[in-house]
Ligand binder design. Structure first.
Ligand SMILES: [Zn+2]
Length: 477
């Protein structure tokens, strides 16, 4: 195997791209800006998908599927929505060899087509709430792309719910944000800050956008999920009204929320090291790899027999791979599984067997440890659990160490030029103009107005005007 990824400290961006390619998570597609998700990358996405799908169903949602094509006239019904999305859209003008009467947009998100259908399905308060999720691909034409983080086509889920009251819709928006936080922290082992986007960063067509923001190892922020309160904007655009218990007609309240294959990129960037991927056990496609070591037929039969018995001793929850290939060396296998981030590696050879033990290596620690065969399974299961928690703690410690509370603009500008700029907790006056200037001058953006804690009056870090609260600023993906 070709050795040596670029080091994170030398070129984080190249390290990431090389890692994604070499670990066979994804590859570049013939069409610029698109990517092929390879089986190992897709296996991670499948684990993300199945976990979230279960969480959505536990909170009362059902899945459906809406078409890829959206008539142009639908897109233009919500003014802010079309203004925000039209420049990024792919539009189909011909079909079946003829020019279409009405151009069709390839969905950049599905609010419009879904709300056109909700207009047919919602008549009475009895039809509410309507809690639908869709797993789909979407297209947003991107000029500058990066595997998983920003691609022209990507996979995602989009929840679209309809409610009788504003209170209920707001509760749903916040509830799904909490589902995303739980998933990010308990499964991805990535700590996140829950917050609200500024007006200029909110979703086109939303009243308010909530988000979770994560910190990557280069001190940049990554928006890992969003949940939008859409008010009655789409109900009005598509004339979706329902009859209340009292017989009055009212517009329906809406939410939408989504996460995408970008999470795979976040997972890679949050935990991996200079030797390859480090995957949290709860999302790793393979939990344990067993590498048998032998010379000659006699040893081979002995070692492989024991290794197979060991692999079979785990229950279906633990995915164990016995690497019995004999066309590559043990050392080659070690490197490959390290690159692929398998949480636990077990090495087993004749000398170990004679001592009644095997050697275990946890991917995040890298130290070899001899473990008696009779307790190996228990030890491995415990290590998998410990590793899940250790990754979250490590990421949390890093975020804390890389978050600064600053009050003067010069220090802020200097901080944004550091190799690891991190998060800055600072005051902001609330003006869009100041926000735009701040971005122009420092490349940082206001990531969110955090939900936790009490708003604290201070001064805007850029203009010095009074600020009602502190916000999180950072460079971002
Ligand atoms: Zn200001």
């Amino acid at each position: 195997m070709a050795k040596g990824l670029p080091k994170r400290s030398e070129d984080y961006s190249r390290w990431y791209t090389e890692l994604v390619l070499r670990a066979e998570l994804a590859d570049y597609a013939p069409v610029k800006g698109c990517m092929v998700i390879r089986p190992y990358g897709y296996a991670i996405w499948e684990r993300i998908q199945s976990t979230l799908d279960r969480m959505f169903k536990q909170t009362g949602h059902v899945n459906a599927y809406f078409p890829l094509f959206i008539p142009e006239s639908f897109m233009t019904k919500e003014a802010e929505h079309v203004e925000g999305f039209a420049p990024q859209c792919a539009v189909v003008t011909h079909g079946g060899g003829a020019k279409l009467e009405e151009p069709l947009y390839v969905r950049p998100t599905s609010e419009t087509i879904i709300w056109s259908m909700y207009g047919k399905w919602i008549q009475s308060y009895r039809d509410l709430p309507l809690l639908i999720n869709q797993w789909a691909n979407i297209v947003r034409w991107e000029m500058r792309t990066r595997l998983f983080l920003r691609t022209t086509e990507f996979l995602w889920q989009e929840g679209h719910t309809a409610h009788a009251t504003e209170t209920e819709a707001l509760e749903e928006t916040v509830k799904m944000l909490e589902v995303y936080r739980t998933f990010a922290e308990e499964y991805m082992a990535v700590p996140v800050i829950k917050g609200v986007k500024s007006e200029s960063e909110k979703f086109a067509g939303a009243v308010r956008t909530y988000c979770i923001e994560a910190m990557m190892q280069d001190g940049k922020a990554l928006q890992a999920g969003t949940s939008h309160y859409l008010g009655q904007n789409f109900a009005k655009a598509f004339n979706v009204q329902y009859q209340t218990k009292e017989g009055k007609l009212e517009y329906v309240y809406a939410t939408s929320w989504g996460v995408s294959t970008r999470l795979v990129g976040a997972l890679v960037m949050a935990h991996s090291d200079d030797n390859g991927l480090v995957l949290p056990p709860r999302l790793a496609p393979i939990h344990v790899v067993i590498v048998p070591i032998f010379k000659g037929e006699e040893e081979r039969a002995l070692v492989l027999g024991k290794a197979r018995a060991l692999a079979d001793s785990f229950g279906p929850e633990t995915i164990v791979r016995l690497d019995d290939r004999d066309n590559v060396s043990a050392g080659w296998k070690f490197n490959e599984w390290e690159l692929k981030g398998v949480p636990v590696r077990i090495e087993i050879g004749p000398r170990d067997l004679a001592k009644g033990q095997a050697v275990m290596v946890r991917r995040d620690l890298g130290e070899k440890r001899a473990v008696p065969l009779e307790s190996l399974k228990e030890v491995v299961l415990r290590e998998l659990q410990d590793m899940q928690g250790a990754l979250l703690h490590k990421a949390l410690d890093f975020r804390q160490a890389s978050t600064k509370r600053l009050d003067d603009y010069e220090s802020f500008k200097k901080q944004m030029e550091e190799p690891i700029p991190g998060f800055v907790d600072a005051g902001w006056c609330g003006s869009a103009e100041c926000e735009a200037k701040l971005q122009e001058e420092t490349k940082a953006t206001i990531r969110c107005l955090p939900l936790a804690g009490q708003p604290e009056k201070c001064s805007c870090i850029r203009c010095g005007n009074p600020s009602e609260r502190r916000v999180i600023m950072a460079k971002s993906y």
